[in-house]
Design a protein around this ligand. Structure first.
Ligand code: NOJ
Length: 449
């Protein structure tokens, strides 16, 4: 058997990375709109305000997905497009844009997997203190309610928040992403706590507001530790390290333990306490949520071995292939990673992202023969298939549909199965797009051949 019967085969994108239309209609700005317009923030000054012009070409994009046999589409709603000030008035233009998109997907028989928040935080709310403001989780709850009221009829699968590890860690701790802050641990812990409260409140209001049962999950930035050998000792060490506190805001346990078990892991709690943050016990009931799946975004991982009970991380051999992001190609992340998650939380796993950036361009014949991406897909999907024989895996979303705005890397990193030209705005399927089409048609068999 290849993959499960109703396996969701899809592609993923995010609003800021593709939409454009930044200064159109009454859209409010987001922290990324401001960052991309600020000198020095993004590679070679690439601007994101046109993105892939999806704001105008959404119909064409859905048609192309259909042609490529895509069954499910993960995209995000841009909070400040829908509610320009983050709270209060709803934009008619924003509402219509997403309604039209939902309808078009339905007509094309493509299942929507909608992410409520993929990093483009309303700038108006940022100026009011952002995620540090004690009201921030209520703002998000209200936004989730608006989404449910407007689009509930079309919502089937909802991802609350994309990669909190990144917009909290990179965004508020190490100043690598918008809003480019370097706050003390105490404040970042408060941000993380408010984000968790926001998730808990949103999960509850969504279930109350949407009139039919919906599946709700998360999308973690998941770079598991992977065992250096298949020995039991190394596997156990990799599992332990995957969930440990490494004194940053990464790792799935900081996010999934509070949401699914209603408590912070002890090591995170100790680190927060040392830094003067004690999460209020009464908040944990609000945070604890009923989730239907654990969404994982995995590109690579970190090999570790057990040396006399201590973790020793390996430096990758120079023979390990590297993507254009300099991320190591370690296919076994797709085997161990989901197993570790299932063993700890008991929920089905969905790969909400996985993919590869390659240094590539259109050749003289106008083609993109991205054989390495096809090879990557085969290697990673084979390992995922191996995991799927042991635990429930319900979907796979390739990151990403077309080359798009890779945050501080601008348009320089190409992850798409469709080539996008930022000057002509032209979309051209790569060889991998036709390969992926066959993978979908055969429910994965094509990747296992
Ligand atoms: C993680 C993020 O969710 C997405 O926005 C990003 O483009 C990809 N991974 C690749 O870095």
């Amino acid at each position: 058997m290849a993959f499960s019967k109703n396996f969701a085969w899809g592609v993923a994108t995010a609003s800021y990375q593709i939409e454009g239309g930044t200064y159109e209609d009454d859209k409010g700005l987001s922290v990324w709109d401001v960052a991309s317009a600020t000198e020095g923030r993004v590679f070679e000054g690439h601007k994101g305000h046109v993105g892939c012009d999806h704001y105008h070409k959404w119909k064409e994009d859905v048609a192309l997905m259909k042609e490529l046999g895509i069954k499910a589409y993960r995209f995000s709603i841009n909070w400040s497009r829908l509610i320009p000030d983050g709270t209060g008035k709803i934009s008619e233009a924003g509402r219509n844009f997403y309604l039209n998109l939902f309808k078009e997907l339905k007509n094309a028989d493509i299942e929507p997997w909608v992410t409520l928040f993929h990093w483009d935080y309303p700038y108006a709310l940022y100026k009011r203190g952002g995620w540090l403001n004690p009201e921030s989780s209520d703002w998000f709850e209200n936004y989730a309610k608006v989404c449910a009221e407007l689009f509930g009829d079309y919502m089937e699968n909802i991802i609350l928040i994309n990669e909190p590890e990144c917009f909290v860690g990179l965004g508020h701790f190490t100043a690598g992403h918008a809003p480019f802050l370097k706050l003390p641990v105490r404040d970042v812990a408060q941000v993380a706590h408010n984000v968790l409260l926001a998730c808990g409140k949103a999960e509850k209001i969504l279930r109350k507001t949407v009139k039919h049962p919906v599946k709700i999950g998360t999308a973690q930035a998941y770079w598991p530790a992977i065992p250096a050998t298949e020995s039991k000792k190394d596997v156990e060490m990799a599992k332990k390290e995957t969930f440990a506190c490494h004194k940053d805001f990464g790792g799935p346990a900081l996010w999934l333990d509070p949401l699914l078990k209603g408590e912070y892991p002890q090591d995170f709690l100790a680190w927060f306490k040392e830094n003067g943050f004690i999460p209020p016990a009464e908040d944990m009931k609000i945070i604890r949520s009923l989730l239907d799946f654990c969404g994982l975004n995995t590109y690579s991982g970190n090999p570790v071995k057990d040396e006399e009970g201590k973790p020793v991380y390996l430096t990758p051999s120079p023979a390990v292939p590297k993507t254009d992001m300099r991320w190591n190609v370690y296919p076994t992340v797709m085997y161990y990673g989901p197993k570790f998650i299932f063993e700890r939380y008991g929920l089905p796993v969905v790969y909400t992202e996985d993919g590869v950036a390659l240094a590539e361009w259109k050749d003289l014949n106008g083609e993109i023969n991205d054989d390495s991406r096809i090879d990557f897909l085969k290697r990673y999907l084979r390992e995922l298939h191996r995991a799927a024989q042991e635990i429930p895996v319900e979907g796979y979303f390739y990151w990403t549909f077309y080359d798009n705005y890779e945050w501080t890397e601008g348009f320089s990193k190409k992850f798409g199965i469709v080539h996008f030209d930022p000057e002509t705005l032209e979309r051209t399927p790569k060889k991998s797009a036709w390969f992926y089409k066959k993978v979908i048609e055969t429910n994965g068999e094509e990747a296992l051949k």
